[in-house]
Design a protein around this ligand. Structure first.
Ligand code: BJW
Ligand code: ZN
Length: 249
């Protein structure tokens, strides 16, 4: 993977970097993406599995989907792309990692202060009183809130739901104020997350896409690094470090 000197220089000289990640970053850890040919939404209906109506209509089906995914993410490990992003945060005075992923792999790789736009699969909460549910999830019945008896749901963001205000605010600030914005491993089809790269670009940031495939964002990117995140991101970090070492000499 060759990355041009011009791109490396632009990144290495930036004071503020923001990164938006999507499911592709975890693909090489063995977590399925959503819209790739073998993705979750290619085979399953998101309205049934990832919406409040879907949960109300068939909570058993929704829970069987989320239990299975929670078991998978319990076993998987971060890959070289996650580790590269954890290293990258140490290279810039300001660095914001904004993720749509719900698997907790950025934090597991050592990234600090990860902004989770779509919640996470590790936490659960009461649908009615919103209290966090800390108990063990029963395998063969629906979990219930010990405080109010309400139904328990995964703490993820479903279609039609608002994203967490703190993560949204941090993402918006980062997009408005960064010199370089990366969109990594996301199809850039789901809003409002997909809006942040545009916001950054309109605010003057250099916009870089890291993805093996073209996306809805590609025509607007200043640079597209075509490859998987586990291959491209470690090379990127290495090149930034080399550039900085050369400039010091
Ligand atoms: C690699 C790789 C490798 C592969 N390395 N890369 C019409 C127009 C605009 C908006 C809307 C609309 N109609 C409805 C909306 C709003 C809706 C929306 O955006 N829908 C669009 C799909 C049209 N958004 C919402 O509803 C959001 N809420 C909201 O807007 O609230 C305000 C509101 C309320 C009421 C009415 C209207 C507005 C909420 C969105 C919640 C999304 N939730 C999910 C599920 C989370 C829980 C769970 O995990 O189950 O989030 S859906 C799913 O998509 C998940 C992901 O975070 C999200 C984004 O997917 P992502 O990460 O981009 O994955 P993929 O699979 O799409 O792409 C993978 C990419 O990786 C590909 O590009 C590959 O090439 C690449 N790749 N291997 C690097 N190794
Ligand atoms: Zn409750």
């Amino acid at each position: 993977m060759e990355i041009s000197n011009d791109i490396i220089e632009r990144i290495a000289l930036a004071k503020s970097v923001a990164v938006l990640t999507g499911a592709g970053v975890s693909a090489e850890s063995g977590v399925k993406t959503f819209r790739d040919p073998d993705g979750l939404w290619t085979k399953m209906n998101p309205q049934e599995l990832a919406s409040v109506d879907g949960f109300m209509n068939n909570p058993e089906l929704v829970w069987s989907f989320y239990r299975e995914r929670a078991h998978i993410i319990d076993k998987v490990k971060p890959n070289a792309g996650h580790y590269a992003l954890a290293n990258m945060e140490k290279l810039f005075p300001r660095f914001e990692l904004i993720t749509q992923n719900v698997d907790g792999l950025h934090a597991a790789a050592g990234s600090t202060n990860v902004r989770e736009l779509h919640g996470n699969l590790i936490d659960n909460r009461c649908f009615d009183c919103e209290r966090p549910f800390k108990g063990e999830l029963p395998e063969d019945e629906l979990p219930r809130c010990p405080e109010c008896g309400g139904g328990i749901r995964p703490s993820v963001v479903w279609f039609g739901e608002l994203l967490p205000a703190d993560a949204m605010q941090a993402a918006e600030f980062a997009a408005l104020n960064c010199g370089v914005f990366f969109s990594v491993g996301t199809s850039a089809e789901v809003y409002p997350a997909a809006n942040f790269p545009f916001l950054a670009k309109r605010s003057g940031a250099y916009l870089i896409e890291v993805n093996p495939n073209e996306t809805a964002l590609t025509p607007f990117a200043d640079a597209a690094l075509r490859g998987t995140s586990a291959k491209v991101l470690p090379v990127l970090v290495e090149n930034i470090e080399e550039f900085r070492n050369k400039s010091e000499r």
